[in-house]
Design a protein. Structure first.
Length: 487
């Protein structure tokens, strides 16, 4: 029968993949929106300036290269998830490289999401909303930055406390639509500006400064960072029941990769529109933040478009907060286990019950073309703990308290510290290189060495991605440090 699931304890009959699709949870469409939301965020604002510094040819080339590398590292991460039978980024590291690797991955995700993203999103809200309220001639009290940030908690916390990523699908849709509105507005500015106007000037096809080129490369290399959330999206995409409807995907990994390709294409389109038309509109006077250029008094709708962009921050914050909450909960559990390895068996049984963290790679979640997922898999943890010894899922109360802590802390730091661009640049560059390239590369090396017969490409591609991540991360951090020193 249609919609059969395992509520009666039976295993569904396996049907041909052409007649199956997942019927509940986060579907393909909203997975695409959630991935796109994770990718774009606030980094898109610096693309016009990056295009001006790099030149059109290198800039567009790097955007394409970064998109391809992003899809490659997601593919590596999905392979590692399936071979290790784990549904989180850090748990994959725990199975392939041991408990200390798992702790390091969670710590890196926390540092990147909180230290490089969440607080900066709050700062952007504080920079956008009060001037817009002043433009509307709102009461002076409502123009106060501290009050605006405090009130932002009323939006950020309810969204950040939602039970799963799928619940953020409509927020992600708002994010994507808002970014395309910005792109269309920049196109309108370019289309209505005369060629000899005040914003005219020659278009640069190549960079004329080696330093400018080096400084802007990391902006584009990390333009498609989303790996910290990919395991969550994939797990939710897998947690479905069967129905007799057509499906063009033989495996759920294929479905997830289609979502990643489509999201990358969507983001690439938005990036090209914003980067090119933002640059074409302002050329040599393109600001590091394109919203700065939109403050010109002759742009009638600019204030509304700028204010609308705050919706991107309000809707991207919860998506990044979600994986940060999971990593904090898991890191606490792992550190406790590492520091207290001799706890009694009753405590271990309480916290490592298989029912507390059901696998999403077992029946009834497998499709017929996924017979290779049958069984526990060949990879076991590299330490003394069992491969079934997983951190329990956070309770609803725990998740809400951690989300509240992150929201309040981010808002407080965003109000207290007006400029942390150097710190954000250092943490974002180094941790971004690890999350986007190094970790997936290391995962693939370990899997490909043991599963050569099933891998399309040998371990060498993992080494290439690993070195790209090391060079990009170290190079990005060095550029930020040099810029701070020169300032």
């Amino acid at each position: 029968s249609k919609g059969e699931n395992r509520t009666n304890g039976t295993t569904p009959e396996l049907r041909s993949p052409e007649n199956m699709v997942l019927s509940q949870g986060t579907g393909l469409r909203f997975t695409i929106f959630n991935i796109s939301n994770t990718i774009m965020g606030g980094g898109i604002l610096g693309l016009p300036n990056a295009m001006e510094k790099l030149g059109l040819v290198p800039g567009c080339g790097l955007l394409v290269l970064a998109a391809l590398l992003g899809c490659l590292t997601v593919w590596m991460l999905l392979i590692a998830m399936e071979e290790s039978r784990q549904k989180s980024y850090a748990e994959v590291a725990g199975v392939l490289y041991g408990q200390k690797a798992q702790i390091w991955v969670d710590f890196t995700i926390i540092l990147y999401n909180f230290g490089g993203v969440l607080v900066s999103y709050v700062m952007i809200i504080g920079d956008i909303v009060p001037p817009f309220l002043s433009f509307l001639r709102a009461p002076e009290l409502l123009q106060d930055r501290a009050l605006v940030l405090a009130l932002s908690c009323l939006v950020l916390y309810p969204l950040s406390a939602l039970p799963n990523m799928g619940a953020l699908r409509h927020a992600s849709l708002v994010c994507v639509v808002t970014i395309f509105c910005l792109a269309l507005y920049l196109f309108a500015i370019y289309a209505t500006e005369p060629g000899d106007g005040p914003r005219g000037g020659p278009v640069k096809y190549w960079s004329d400064s080696g330093w400018d080129f080096t400084a802007q490369v990391p902006v584009l290399i990390f333009a498609y960072t989303c790996n910290m959330n990919v395991p969550i999206f994939y797990a939710e995409l897998r947690e479905k029941t069967y129905e007799e409807v057509d499906s063009k995907f033989r495996t759920k990994k294929d479905k997830m990769m289609f979502a990643m390709f489509f999201s990358s294409t969507l983001c690439f389109t938005a990036y090209v529109f914003v980067a090119l038309f933002g640059y074409f509109s302002y050329k040599s006077v393109t600001a590091p933040d394109i919203l700065t250029n939109l403050q010109a008094p002759d742009l009638v709708w600019a204030s509304y478009i700028t204010a609308a962009y705050s919706l991107v921050m309000f809707t991207s914050f919860p998506v990044m907060c979600f994986s940060c909450v999971q990593s904090i909960h898991r890191l606490h559990w792992e550190l406790n286990s590492l520091l207290h390895p001799d706890e009694d068996e009753d405590y271990q049984a309480l916290h490592t019950s298989p029912s507390s963290s059901p696998t999403v790679f077992a029946t009834p979640y497998r499709w017929p073309a996924e017979e290779y997922l049958k069984g526990e898999g060949e990879f076991q943890r590299q330490d003394s703990r069992s491969s079934k010894c997983r951190p329990p899922s956070a309770s609803r109360l725990t998740r809400q308290l951690l989300a509240l802590m992150l929201v309040v802390t981010s808002v407080f730091l965003g109000w207290l510290l007006p400029d942390l661009s150097v710190v954000f640049g250092l943490t974002g560059g180094f941790c971004g290189g690890l999350i986007t390239f190094c970790f997936p590369g290391l995962f693939y090396i370990r899997v490909a060495q043991k599963k050569r017969e099933r891998m399309y490409v040998g371990p060498w591609i993992g080494h290439v991605v690993l070195w790209i991540g090391l060079l990009a991360g170290v190079g990005s951090s060095a550029v930020v440090a040099m810029q701070a020193f020169r300032a």
